[in-house]
Design a protein around this ligand. Structure first.
Ligand SMILES: [Fe+2]
Length: 308
């Protein structure tokens, strides 16, 4: 399976083909070459994303290579390890380290950068959807973070799944870019504008916890890779009020809610996890019972998964 995967990161593509950035709207030649390479042998079902491993904290080189090849191709991979219900928080952190990930986002609710996603009642967390059993719409993580502290990699590690539900839909953000650019390059232009998307300040009891955050949906990072900030939420978000932006947001939303083969769906089981360059994802609602309480660890990094 892995041998069928071909691909380059954008940085490798630019270096190898000497064509400049495929994300430059004036560089159609580079875009088409990169696009062709990207879509060739692109995995079409979630099974192709799963890598069976032993211990996530200490990968063999074959396991590492299999995950890395998938990440280069699709910006994500799902590992299935043998740690089962072991609640040790260092397991996913050690996995991340093997992919060059060390700069953890110490967000509200994180314990040394590792956030326990579980149903919490009666404390401040119960006001935030991640700590409930409710569905979460499509987004990338940390879209409300300051622009200089964007989340470029996201790991999820499952200790225990819910009795029912808690499925993640996943889409490579580069695929979303291709869909929009192929539909109309003006949509990309609109979504790259620095004032296209504003998340209003988070205030609690009159106190500002987080200021307004305005920025682009798509941006090109200094390492030439594509970054995406997005949320499908319709409350507490202000989209720029112009026709190109409104049309682009609509097309993107339709794509994410379609039956596209580029949308993968996975319900992580004990010992399984997601390694990703903060791809687009959602979560379905879930039901728990006494023996099936959902616990996932979430790790957000300021770095992207390192090229091998
Ligand atoms: Fe998320």
């Amino acid at each position: 399976m892995m041998s069928a995967l071909s691909g380059h990161t954008v940085a490798q593509f630019i270096e190898h083909y000497q064509m400049g950035s495929p994300f430059d709207l004036d560089n159609e030649k580079a875009y088409q070459a990169w696009r062709e390479n990207k879509l060739e042998n692109y995995p079409e079902n979630v099974e192709e994303l799963i890598v069976e491993i032993n211990n996530p904290a200490a990968l063999t080189s074959a396991e590492y290579n299999a995950i890395q090849a998938l990440v280069v191709k699709t910006n994500m991979a799902v590992y299935a390890g043998n740690t089962w219900r072991d609640p040790d928080k260092t397991i996913p952190a050690k996995l991340g380290k093997q992919f060059g990930l060390s700069e953890l986002d110490d967000n509200m609710g994180a314990d040394e950068g590792v956030t326990s996603l579980k149903v919490v009642t009666g404390r401040w967390r119960s006001g935030y959807i991640p700590y409930t059993d409710k569905p979460i719409h499509w987004h990338t993580d940390g879209y409300y973070n300051p622009l200089d502290l964007q989340i470029r990699a996201l790991l999820l590690h499952c200790v225990s799944p819910a009795a029912k539900g808690g499925e993640n839909a996943l889409m490579d953000h580069e695929i979303a870019y291709i869909h929009l650019r192929d539909t109309n390059p003006d949509y990309i232009k609109a979504l790259m504008a620095s004032d296209v998307m504003t998340i209003p300040a988070n205030r609690k009891d009159g106190k500002e916890i987080r200021p307004d955050c305005t920025g682009p949906v798509f941006s090109i990072m200094p390492d030439n890779n594509l970054h995406m900030r997005y949320t499908a939420r319709t409350r507490s978000i202000e989209w720029k009020d112009d026709p190109a932006t409104q049309a682009a947001v609509k097309i993107l939303s339709e794509f994410l809610n379609s039956e596209s083969p580029y949308i993968y769906r996975a319900t992580l089981q004990s010992g399984q996890g997601l390694v990703s360059n903060n791809v687009l994802h959602d979560r379905s609602g879930f039901d728990e019972d006494e023996g099936h309480k959902r616990l996932l660890y979430r790790l957000r990094y300021y770095q992207r998964i390192a090229d091998a």
